[in-house]
Design a binder for this molecule. Structure first.
Ligand SMILES: [Cu+2]
Length: 179
């Protein structure tokens, strides 16, 4: 039994090791934090030249502007509070990382996402110098959070109210690149 368990563990380790090089795409399935929330959608993460591209497609949101941030921990428990604060590996103040960079914003500070009258919202942005895995500013295993109100870029975290939706960022192997 011990041997079988060890073999199983070794096989698992090999599987992870084998596909790490191809696992260059990340995905968060976003869901509303409230019971019966209509909010859903996806946020994709991809390493690109210069940083990490974030592509969001959400639906079921209340009309208007919503704070949109990568948070430190990969849990959406406790109505999203378990995700912790904005991901801030550089010890910077809150800001807009897309426009101002890592020295003048938290790495997770994507700013806002705009929902139209039909409740849909899309966003594409690049977080400078960030990566999905393996770098100093990696986001896999963290969480993306949508907030109730706009991020007004005030300190310490943009005054954006409650956490209305959340998703954990997981690695998905690239289809077609595995041999
Ligand atoms: Cu922040």
């Amino acid at each position: 039994m011990r041997i079988r368990s060890a073999a199983g563990l070794a096989a698992l380790t090999l599987t992870l090791a084998c596909c790490g090089a191809f696992a260059d795409s990340g995905l968060a399935q976003v869901k509303g934090t409230a019971a019966n929330s209509p909010i859903s959608g996806t946020v994709a993460f991809k390493d690109v030249k210069g940083g990490l591209r974030v592509t969001a497609h959400l639906m079921g949101l209340p009309l208007g502007t919503h704070g949109f941030h990568i948070h430190e921990f990969g849990s959406c428990d406790d109505a999203g509070r378990a995700a912790g604060g904005h991901y801030n590996p550089t010890g910077a103040k809150h800001g807009d990382v897309v426009k101002k960079g890592l020295k003048r914003a938290h790495a997770g500070d994507l700013g806002n996402i705009q929902a139209g009258p039909d409740g849909t919202a899309s966003l594409e942005a690049v977080v400078p110098k960030a990566s999905l895995t393996g770098g100093k500013y990696d986001v896999a295993g963290r969480a993306i959070v949508v907030q109730e109100k706009p991020d007004d870029f005030s300190q310490p975290a943009g005054n954006a109210g409650g956490r209305i939706a959340c998703g954990v960022i997981v690695i998905v192997p690239e289809v077609g690149t595995q041999k």
